[in-house]
Write a protein that binds this ligand. Sequence first.
Ligand code: SF4
Length: 379
Amino acid sequence: MVQSAYIHIPFCHQICHYCDFNKFFIENQPVEAYLSSLAGEIDLTLKMYPVSQPLKTIYVGGGTPTSLSVTQLSILLETIQKRLPLAESGEFTFEANPEDLTEEKLSILKNYGVNRLSIGVQTFDDEVLEAIGRTHRTDEVLKGIELARHIGFENMSIDLMYALPKQTLESVKKSVDIALGLKIPHLSLYSLIVEPKTVFYNLMRKGKLKLPSQDTEADMYDYIIEALNQNQYIQYEISNFALEGYDSKHNITYWDNEEYYGFGAGAHSYIAGVRRGNIGPLKKYMSFIKEGNLPAIEENKLSIKEQIEEQLFLGLRKTAGVSLAVFEQKFGDSLLSIYTDEIRELTEKDLIEISDGFIRLTKKGRFLGNEVFQAFILD
Ligand code: SF4
């Protein structure tokens, strides 16, 4: 049963040097036409796969959803409210960029039931922000967070990045300490990965991208883990930390390998055992909808073997690991009997452990995750 929905808004006011998401510089883009196609896609999808009970989570991501104007935001939120019922205790997350956290925009989000903000901060160091192509500055973030709290947003997450150009260990420490001082209940921490087709990738190929050394990166990581642990943040997933009760319910849907709707250009969905990927370019996406077709260009009906592998690959990202009972209930067979030899070997190498009905990565296993995942690939 599908209980979550992701909605993709592929517009941004800036194009960051590291970003490989499906996004477009917002100026001169057909935003309103896109929003009406989005409504069309939701309608088409729900005709085939109706919502059987109010959703547990809705997540609006991008791109930068808050790059929409106030009027466009109202259109989008109205579309969602009319079509996607959210359970009373449901989580409704909106990704936001700091420079968009205005009173008007925040109030609209609040009025339409958004109850969680995920803010793309990346670092509280203005020099590093400039080096990665972000246009906001630390002052704006601090003001935006204060305003969001004033308007009633208490459940917030911020993204921070490390191993960035011009970033030192001191700079990472400062950013983490500021985040802790702000008592933001959820933090996502990512190291820079240089992806193809990005500004950084091109610079790297020309030998012009200067990044912190691997040792410095490891020191940054160690500092982050220690500082967050000392401040009651629980690392519930490889890159995600939360104070008790503030884990991202939406992202847990992915790691629990549960099904979800995915709407918008380039969005992915997992419905009725089929993973689909939508076409990315806006015009093509919109013409699919105009002709009354779903915009999916990739479709993969997962075999049981693939479903089992995914249950492990995704579930082992969580610190809690994979529930043996849920696995057996889902696949009618016990995980321990499917992977008897692999589990024995991985346990002997201290890469995984089994306790309290869960299988999980050990500390060593987290560093050598690939070795573990490799072992769980079925023939
Ligand atoms: S990182 Fe976010 S704001 Fe920057 S280009 Fe990518 S989607 Fe847009």
